[in-house]
Design a protein around this ligand. Sequence first.
Ligand code: CP3
Length: 344
Amino acid sequence: MSKIFVDACFGKETPYTPVWMMRQAGRYLPEYMAVRAEAGNFLNLCHDPKKACAVTLQPVDIVGVDAAILFSDILVIPDEMGMDLSFVKGEGPKFSDPITCEADIERLLGGDEAASKLTYVYDTIKLIKEQLADDKALIGFTGAPWTLATYMIEGEGTKTYNICKKMMYSNPALLHKILAKVTEVVKLYMEKQIEAGIDVVQIFDSWAAAIETEKYDEFSWKYMVEIADYLKAKYPHIPIIMFPKGIPAFLDKVYGNFDVFGVDWSTPMALAKEKLGEKYVLQGNMEPCRLYSKEATTESVEEIQKTMEGKRHIFNLGHGILPDVPVENAKHFIHECHRVSKKI
Ligand code: CP3
């Protein structure tokens, strides 16, 4: 059966514009909180294929999105490379042993050794594929090497990125060593996700905006393109979505063999369409906080539809849904995307 979401990724005409939401499986859903409580904590949930499968399917069943996204986290990659990941309540992710020198990088597992340890992810994908309706797509994902490296170097989330940027300007060779090692793992990790059954790949570069435009290609985009090239050579039928958050000044320089460009909420959709709309399908880009108001949601969905005219477009938020959004409003967003884009 053809999947409307996959068709839309390749720019084919579809009966309506498909929609999903970044972070659609998460804390705004009471059903998610119940499964997470059973698992004990977030990482246990990621490691338990049955439970991870259940929360992956929740937004499809409850909110009505057109694609499921694998429930996991980008940080399981450095965790399985040998860094010790934990999630501290109220503070977010932490690595107890951040990378500071070459010996720290050498100690980490690389390539297939690391990718082979993520079996719980591949098992989750297989379970989801058994249960997901045939007309819905399953999105697999990874963090971009740069976004992963920020956590591996800083040891946690950061507002200033001062430790990794010190490395960028004073020891760029060391940063490139980290990025290259992570890139090799990600290539094989995504290949194994595809072999396990995902229909679409999304690469999240959530912290793209931390890099000045002149340096963005060198330290992030080229590694994302390397991953896309590797996957496209083997799996041309699997669409690839690139989501670099917050880089409007880089739009003129975007290049590479991928299918969909994810537009974040700070980039006007009309600008993205003008610069990239012919070459790539565009995904996005409602400001996620509009979900607090049904009126503000409808206004934005109508505006985005007016710009994209139902062509070469996938609806989404311009970043992740927040935990205190009412479920009813998320349903309203999905309903409105379908309503405005439906072609009789
Ligand atoms: O529904 C989905 O989108 C799939 C699941 C998913 C999660 N994380 C689950 C999660 C995805 C795609 C991610 C990606 C991710 N993880 C990114 C890139 C995407 C983005 O939003 O830009 C990043 C930067 C991370 C790292 C990460 N994971 C942070 C900073 C945090 C803490 C933030 C917070 O909201 O507490 C996480 C935890 C996390 N990942 C949660 C979920 C549902 C919250 C955990 C919980 O409390 O249950």
